[in-house]
Design a protein around this ligand. Structure first.
Ligand SMILES: *[C@@H]1O[C@H](CO)[C@@H](O)[C@H](O)[C@H]1NC(C)=O
Length: 189
């Protein structure tokens, strides 16, 4: 879901430095969205390949009840050299925080402008402190911009694990995306 776009963009935040060339390309391996409480959520979100090395996220999800700002969010990133189960944590994460902190921080600063072009998720000027309304949300072919990623990333499989939790701390929805990064030679940005 949108979280997936969010977590990709978080990498941008981590690596904001000027650059002109990168040496790697990426392939999406999988996107798994898991939730058990179907009385809270319905999601139909897919990764669409546009062309080699170019993907978009597309679909809709429905919150069946209002999502209050005391729900929690987290993002963890892992890497495995060969894509076996040997995934080691990387030092990039968004530690578990409530949605009010998340929306007024990482969301607003990093991904809101991009998401505004392809979704009906909150778009605001000052602070966001309302629940996410029970309604349908869309992601209309949201594309990933990797221009601000580092020029060099080592080959390997990268796993993004992002979660929303109920205020009690129980997992509400989990989105796990895996991508493979391979050196492709210099790519102009
Ligand atoms: C994108 O999602 C919408 C809504 O689910 C669907 O109607 C459309 O066919 C999808 N487009 C692609 C290219 O998958």
């Amino acid at each position: 879901m949108t979280l997936f776009t969010i977590l990709l963009c978080i990498l941008n935040l981590q690596f904001v430095f000027p650059s002109v060339l990168r040496t790697w390309g990426y392939t999406f391996i999988s996107l798994d969205i898991e939730y058990k409480k179907t009385d809270w959520l319905f999601a139909d979100i897919k990764l669409v390949k546009i062309k080699k090395g170019d993907y978009a996220i597309n679909g809709t999800f429905i919150f069946k009840k209002d999502i209050t700002m005391d729900f929690l969010y987290s993002l963890k990133l892992f890497r495995s050299p060969r894509g076996n189960d040997d995934y080691k944590p990387l030092p990039f994460s968004v530690p578990q925080q409530n949605l009010e902190t998340f929306f007024n921080g990482v969301y607003k600063d990093v991904v809101m402008e991009d998401l505004h072009k392809c979704t009906n998720l909150p778009y605001f000027q000052d602070r966001w402190n309302e629940p996410l309304k029970a309604q349908e949300y869309y992601l209309n072919m949201c594309q990933f911009n990797v221009d601000n990623w580092p020029d060099y990333l080592p080959n390997g499989f990268y796993k993004f694990d992002t979660k929303i939790y109920f205020p009690s701390g129980d997992v509400f929805v989990s989105a796990i995306a895996t991508e493979e990064i391979e050196q492709t030679g210099l790519i102009g940005k």
